[in-house]
Design a protein around this ligand. Structure first.
Ligand code: CUA
Length: 331
């Protein structure tokens, strides 16, 4: 491949990457912690780029330069200053700067116990998200983390099984979820909006399908959302939805899933009390529509191989439609 073609391919790749969505990008920070990482990235990249340029120029001179230039480059002084002193100084400065920018050593719990605390547990392969309201009631949801902007929020990261890693790149750096430990990550969203996160530690078959959404909201919107989330599920509004609810309760779905306000109190799978109001299904794998719910009930082992939900192939087409319509109506 000639040089021109290669260069243009690298350029094209750069343009394509540049067109990628910024909804899951450490280079489009929407939180305080990610802003520091972003600053560090650019300082390192631009600084490293300049040094690379300098090295290339010197190498060019060493290869193609006149004998006078080459003699100067071979001098001992240049090796002492540019070869030893320069890297030692630059690397020491960068290391100190990196520690300062990322506040290394400061624990992520520095902001104290008054922070809003959200418990996030990694599961095979989804995220259990639990809020505790002022009265101490636990409000569970899944695969979606709502945050009030402008306030430090402490995420208590745990795992129910293997090691996962929580990574919402627009908000902060990643932090592992280790069995038997609670790791705390304090994040402060600065801009309202929806971004995306992903499990960043290989955790088995469907690791790549273990994503989530972060919804940063004004404190008022957040309070409204949490109150809605705390309320029990809505009652079916028509006959089809009632049939769907009866199917849900009658065929054992409640053994694994909870729908608050009904007899379904399972806790193995995600809480479905307000599943219809979420942005996605199956940890940001599918869009949240009645069709996708039906698809997941029947084909979940194909969509998300080895997940803990069995395939339910016994429903008739009408039953499947009623059941998925009922779940979609849970807003
Ligand atoms: Cu969980 Cu990878």
């Amino acid at each position: 491949m000639n040089l021109l073609l290669r260069t243009s391919m690298i350029g094209a790749t750069g343009i394509l990457l540049g067109a990628c969505s910024t909804s899951q990008s450490a280079l489009a920070p929407t939180g305080e912690q990610a802003e520091r990482i972003n600053t560090l990235f650019w300082v390192m990249t631009i600084g490293g780029g300049l040094i690379l340029l300098l090295v290339c120029i010197l190498a060019g001179i060493a290869i193609f330069g006149g004998s006078d230039w080459r003699r100067r480059l071979a001098g001992e002084n240049l090796i002492k200053w540019l070869g030893i002193a320069f890297p030692v100084v630059v690397l020491s400065v960068l290391l100190t700067y990196g520690f300062l920018v990322l506040r290394a050593g400061a624990t992520s719990t520095q902001d104290g116990a008054e922070n809003l605390r959200i418990s996030v547990s990694g599961e095979l392969w989804w995220w259990r998200v639990t809020y505790t309201d002022a009265d101490g009631n636990r409000i569970e949801t899944a695969n979606e983390i709502h945050l009030p902007v402008g306030q430090p929020v402490t995420l208590e990261l745990t795992t129910a099984d293997v090691i996962h890693s929580f990574w919402a790149p627009n908000l902060a750096g990643k932090l592992d979820m280790i069995p038997g430990r609670t790791n705390e990550l304090t994040v402060t969203a600065k801009v309202p909006g929806v971004t995306r996160g992903q499990c960043a530690e290989y955790c088995g078959g469907a690791h790549a399908f273990m994503s989530f959404h972060v919804v940063a909201q004004s404190p008022e919107d957040f309070t409204t959302w949490l109150a809605e989330e705390a309320s029990p599920s809505s009652e079916p509004a028509d006959a089809a939805l009632t049939r769907g609810k009866d199917l849900f309760l009658g065929t054992g779905c409640g053994g694994c899933h909870a729908v608050r306000g009904t007899a379904a109190t399972g806790s193995i799978g995600p809480d479905l009390t307000h599943v219809g109001s979420r942005r996605s299904l199956a940890a940001a794998t599918l869009p949240n529509t009645a069709e996708a719910i039906a698809d997941f009930i029947v084909n979940n082992q194909h969509i998300k191989p080895e997940n803990k939900m069995p395939t339910y192939a016994m429903f008739s087409e009408t039953q499947l439609r009623d059941l998925s319509a009922y779940l979609e109506s849970l807003r």
